[in-house]
Design a binder for this molecule. Structure first.
Ligand code: ZN
Length: 155
């Protein structure tokens, strides 16, 4: 499998950052399936590797964040994943049908930070003080909330 960070670099100057292409270029199957509204998605083991599945019923901005979050679990927590881990709406394993006691809140925060870094690259967000959070969120195809947090504009 290619180095995930090198794959990300090759896509990092596209707008919005193409998270689907990144995951597929890394070599992980990615699919979208309807799930209960309280579930964001999951990553699960398949034949010695992993696949990522995202709730197709959620808004596209949330689907993108979920896909990036699951990729973060793959990159940083592969040794803890076992058969996989599910994520509820709050990106916690509680309430999912893929619980994983190895994945703790600190790991969820790491996966969320990774997702924000990938989808809203810091080097693309310099000199944006004159631009609205809403406009930047549209450009990067992320939620306004995620962009506000990224820019330190969240109330
Ligand atoms: Zn998670």
């Amino acid at each position: 499998m290619p180095d995930p960070m090198k794959v990300i670099e090759t896509h990092w100057n596209s707008t919005p950052v193409p998270i689907d292409a990144i995951i597929r270029d890394i070599g992980l199957p990615l699919s979208y399936e309807p799930m209960a509204d309280n579930i964001s998605g999951y990553i699960e083991r398949t034949d010695g590797s992993y696949r990522i599945v995202v709730n197709s019923l959620h808004p596209e901005t949330r689907q993108r964040f979920t896909a990036a979050h699951e990729l973060g679990h793959y990159i940083y927590h592969r040794d803890l994943l076992g058969d996989g881990v599910g994520d509820n709406r709050a990106y916690r394993t509680e309430g999912t049908n893929r619980p994983n006691a190895n994945i703790r809140p600190i790991h969820e925060r790491q996966a969320n930070s990774f997702a924000a870094n990938v989808l809203m690259p810091r080097h693309r967000l310099t000199d944006v003080t004159d631009e609205s959070t809403a406009a930047l969120a549209v450009r990067f195809n992320v939620s306004q909330q995620a962009m506000a947090i990224r820019l330190g504009r969240a109330g």
